[in-house]
Design a protein. Structure first.
Length: 695
């Protein structure tokens, strides 16, 4: 028996981007574990990725190219050769491109976070073709935009510093489920005497383990932050020196904060006045004592109408109290902006012969149902789906399904399994998993460049995304030398070596080590140096004004709430959020039986008062509905959901739910205030006992 250990990286959409060690015996991966030497992974993996070998060797892996033989959505296919698959795709795309190249649309996101297997050879192919561009907004764009207006880039507190914080506010996230290695640091800080406060409409696993949980109404986070600002300024708990030297627009901010006394903030948020005042005092007084105070704000905050402004408003708080002076202070939304990823070299936008339109992935349901028009451009005639499962994860799911049901829509899906989206493919192609290909990674929760080595040969006839797009490029006659570059050659271009943070980047060395930290200071903004136009934290942003936004922090009410839309709330009185289930990652891992078994079945958490009003008991099957659609789940009557709120942990594959539906039946396609992101948590519903479940 020959045994080896291969260095790899977790590819999934999680801030932790763990360093992996893969044990391979006679060509078979027998163990996936965390690298004990990697400073953030520290040998620990989440339950999901610890079972990655189970996913790779899953009996339902797609192993051969296939062609649809049934109706769209039936999931009936027959096996074909790679030559036939590539010929069919190239012929159809060539015919469409000859008429209207923008009628071809790629649809992809973070099924892998890899810079190589994500958007490298695929982007080159679609740029050469002249296809429509995809606006990849569905997760982080609203918050990233608001944060960028304020801080300048997605740069924040280093994960490795949080254990030294004295107060940590976990705002809009559940790191036990989705950011395990941050939670490890927060727990260490707690053991050292730090206070942990969770701000979340739902009493999540994380909120239960914090010293305090503030259960505000969905979409009201900016109002809470403004109320905090009012108290901080009124009680002189701000850092005047830091404000004078490293911020812009304090006088204007002071006037805006004066409009938000704690009473107004509390009423807007549905919490007590004392909660607003005490939170501000704890935060400001700790900073005033010279203690590190940190905020871990997550993407749950931004999935509402005012989501971008919410993140922007929260991001002002550290500069207001001088929290950036400390390595263990400040705020982290994402660290991705620290990485000088060389996307221009990887994606080659220069291959585009003429400007193309951009389609927002969040509105794919509407856009697939549009015809040709001067405003929209040509009707979408072909969609190539990779690293994504739009039938499960895109909002307003019924319209998404209707779009993909079009018989005149040519759909190609690259996948590991026959997902909800794969059932609608005309051609279904088997893609490799992370154990079977090469990739390079950045992270959005730590500061290490990461390498992934192929541990095993591809299963069956599976091919990496890169190789599939190389084959298509060759068959369509694209002869630019860039289409001949290997995955290693692509990975060697992943980071810009001319940038001071990555001047030490060398792909061959990174492959051997597995990970290498960026050249970053421990406290990135201790002496200012923000990446904004002014070089300061911008309380007042001229860029926002130029882009049509309020230049100061403000509160934007949700589209759907009792306060902002009482008529809608009279019919659908319950707010609904659908955060990630602990055992899933978006729609990934749902078909791994051990993980799905741990999750059980789709549930809806509902407050006892709301359940009693509807005659709903714990364990009842309930129907959740609004004007967009409905789905069925098992009720869990619990005070974890505040009154007036229901929580459907997600995202289930629709085909694995009892009624063939999931929470996105009721979510909408309206976009956030900035960044054109989705508003998944800006949803009103009604709940009733289910009379019968139709599979």
């Amino acid at each position: 028996m020959t045994t080896k250990q291969v260095r790899a990286t977790c590819p999934h959409d999680c801030p932790d981007t763990c360093a992996l060690l893969i044990t391979v015996e006679d060509g078979v991966a027998t163990e996936v574990k965390g690298d004990p030497d990697h400073p953030t992974t520290a040998g620990v993996l989440c339950t999901k990725v610890a079972r990655y070998a189970e996913r790779t060797y899953h009996p339902e892996r797609l192993l051969h190219p296939m062609r649809r033989v049934g109706k769209k959505g039936e999931g009936k296919f027959e096996r074909i050769s790679w030559d036939e698959a590539i010929d069919t795709i190239a012929k159809r795309l060539g015919e469409i491109a000859a008429r209207a190249p923008q009628a071809v649309l790629p649809y992809s996101y973070c099924g892998t976070m890899g810079l190589v297997q994500g958007e490298s050879m695929s982007a080159r192919f679609f740029n050469q073709l002249g296809a429509s561009q995809l606006d990849r907004t569905i997760c982080a764009m609203a918050g990233a935009t608001g944060y960028r207006y304020t801080i300048g880039a997605s740069i924040g507190t280093d994960l490795e510093q949080f254990q030294d914080s004295k107060l940590i506010i976990i705002w809009g996230g559940n790191p036990i489920a989705s950011n395990l290695h941050f939670w490890t640091r927060a727990q260490e800080a707690k053991r050292r005497g730090a206070r942990l406060i969770a701000i979340d409409p739902y009493r999540s696993l994380t909120a239960e383990k914090c010293h305090q949980h503030i259960a505000l109404l969905p979409g009201t986070d900016a109002a809470l932050a403004l109320g905090m600002m009012h108290v901080l300024i009124a009680e002189d708990l701000v850092d005047a020196d830091y404000i004078a030297r490293h911020t812009l627009g304090f006088d204007q901010l002071k006037q805006r904060a004066a409009e938000w006394p704690p009473e107004r903030a509390a009423e807007t948020c549905g919490i007590s006045v004392d909660e607003v005042i005490n939170l501000a005092r704890e935060y400001g007084q700790a900073a005033h004592r010279g203690e590190p105070v940190a905020i871990r704000v997550n993407y749950g905050v931004q999935r509402v109408r005012g989501g971008g402004m919410s993140v922007r408003t929260i991001a002002c708080l550290p500069a207001l109290v001088g929290a950036w002076r400390h390595a263990a202070g400040g705020i982290q939304l994402s660290t991705s902006g620290s990485f000088p990823a060389n996307r221009t070299a990887l994606q080659r936008p220069d291959l585009q012969k003429q400007p193309s339109r951009t389609i927002n992935m969040t509105t794919i349901g509407d856009d697939l149902l549009k015809g040709t028009s001067p405003e929209f451009g040509p009707k979408i005639e072909a969609v190539i789906v990779y690293n994504a499962n739009p039938l499960a994860i895109a909002p307003d799911s019924d319209r998404v399904m209707r779009g993909f049901l079009r018989e005149d829509l040519f759909t190609v899906v690259l996948e590991h399994f026959q997902t909800d989206s794969a059932d609608y493919a005309d051609i279904l192609l088997p893609a490799t998993t992370q154990l079977e290909h090469v990739d390079a990674h950045l992270a959005y929760g730590h500061l290490y460049m990461m390498a992934n080595n192929a541990a095993i040969a591809p299963m069956g006839e599976a091919k990496p995304n890169t190789e599939i797009f190389r084959l298509l490029a060759a068959r369509m006659g694209y002869d630019d030398p860039c289409f001949l570059q290997s995955d290693d050659e692509l990975a060697a271009q992943a980071f810009d070596k001319s940038h001071p943070r990555a001047i030490h980047f060398d792909w061959e060395a990174l492959k051997q080590r597995g990970w290498q930290k960026l050249n970053m200071p421990d406290a990135p903004f201790a002496d200012g140096g923000f990446a904004t136009p002014s070089g300061k934290c911008e309380f007042y942003s001229a860029s926002m004004l130029a882009d049509g936004h309020d230049p100061l922090p403000t509160y934007t009410p949700p589209y759907e709430s009792a306060a902002s839309n009482p008529e809608l709330a009279s019919r659908y009185p319950l707010a609904m959020i659908s955060p990630p289930a602990r055992n899933f990652l978006n729609s990934t891992f749902v078909n791994v039986k051990s993980l799905r078994g741990a999750e059980g079945e789709p549930h809806l958490d509902i407050h006892p008062a709301d359940g009693a009003h509807r005659g709903i008991l714990d364990g009842d099957m309930v129907r959740i509905f609004n004007d967009r659609g409905s789905f069925v789940a098992k009720a869990r009557v619990t005070s974890k959901a505040r009154a007036g709120l229901v929580v459907g942990l997600s995202v289930w594959w629709k085909k694995l739910a009892s009624d063939g539906k999931n929470a996105n039946e009721v979510t909408g396609q309206r976009l956030t205030d900035m960044g054109r992101g989705p508003t998944f948590y800006d949803t009103l519903v009604q709940v009733e006992k289910a009379t019968a479940v139709q599979p």
